[in-house]
Design a protein around this ligand. Structure first.
Ligand code: KIV
Ligand code: NA
Length: 277
């Protein structure tokens, strides 16, 4: 199967073929996502919360993102990889934005980058696109703004907020984004934006009308046993299975049932006798 391109993604929108995106953060998760046949892997800065154990995505650094993007690429050579620009890697200047976006491609081997925000980051988006790096936008609930937003809440529920998000979507398309994530916005607003834009919308907590969907790997598979946001559907409960696996191992070690001969190596009696001398 050929790796998806940003050009092909636009065609998929026209053909009403849904785009499937999932996050991955390391070699095994990338291998699973690619084997399952997803269209796009996002190395999200949700990494900070689901893999590194931070309360928010704010502490995630460029070094974290590069380290994990490299591992994801090793597990998914034939899948489009979008890597998140972390907090403060693009806010300081368009130059910093280009340099850091470039690092995600050059060192991390990502195919594209994603950054959060609308009107406030348009200059950055334009400059990154000018450097020939594909950019995915991300509006609505933007987790890097959690301290400004006052929590992880639905965005765009009132007239002013909804208009702002719609305008930001247009600005991102005009600035050259190849797609835009809509996170935690009312379904009707996401539907309107999806109709108005010619680039695909990828929804998370944004209803059924988006051109694609994204979920966080650990939420989708139930790996962390953590509080799940309303929009995250559990398709498996691996946490329980993993705990049970380790408990069985612990029981068998403690009771002497593991390892048995099947898991051990032999030595001839003659050699043993010599060694004992
Ligand atoms: O970091 C992330 O996982 C994301 C998605 C939730 C869109 O940005
Ligand atoms: Na993110």
């Amino acid at each position: 199967r050929d790796k998806l391109t940003t050009v092909r993604m636009r065609e998929m929108k026209k053909e009403k073929q849904k785009i499937v995106m999932v996050t991955a953060y390391d070699y095994p998760s990338a291998l699973v996502a690619q084997t399952a046949g997803v269209d796009v892997i996002l190395v999200g800065d949700s990494l900070g919360m689901v893999v590194l154990g931070y309360e928010t995505t704010v502490p995630v650094t460029m070094e974290d993102m590069i380290h994990h993007t490299k591992a994801v690429r090793r597990g998914a050579a034939n899948t489009m990889i979008v890597s998140d620009l972390p907090f403060l890697s693009y806010h300081t200047s368009p130059e910093d934005a280009v340099r850091n976006a470039g690092r995600l491609l050059q060192e991390g081997l990502a195919d594209a980058v994603k950054l959060e925000g609308g009107r406030d980051v348009i200059e950055q988006v334009k400059r990154i696109v000018k450097a020939q790096i594909p950019v995915m936008g991300h509006i609505g609930l933007t987790p890097q703004s959690v301290h400004q937003l006052g929590g992880f809440k639905v965005q765009g529920k009132d007239i002013v907020g909804a208009k702002r998000i719609l305008e930001d979507a247009f600005l991102l398309e005009d600035a050259g984004c190849f797609a835009v994530v809509l996170e935690c916005v009312p379904s009707k607003l996401a539907e309107l934006i999806s109709e108005k834009l010619s680039i695909p919308t990828i929804g998370i907590g944004a209803g059924e009308s988006c051109d694609g969907q994204v979920l966080v790997y650990h939420d989708l598979l139930g790996i962390n046993n953590r509080y799940l946001p309303k929009f995250a559907k559990n398709y498996a409960n691996l946490f329980t299975q993993m705990v049970e696996g380790i408990q069985s191992y612990a029981d068998e070690v403690r009771s002497g049932r593991f390892p048995t001969e099947d898991y051990s190596f032999k030595m001839s009696d003659e050699i043993l006798a010599e060694v004992k001398k």
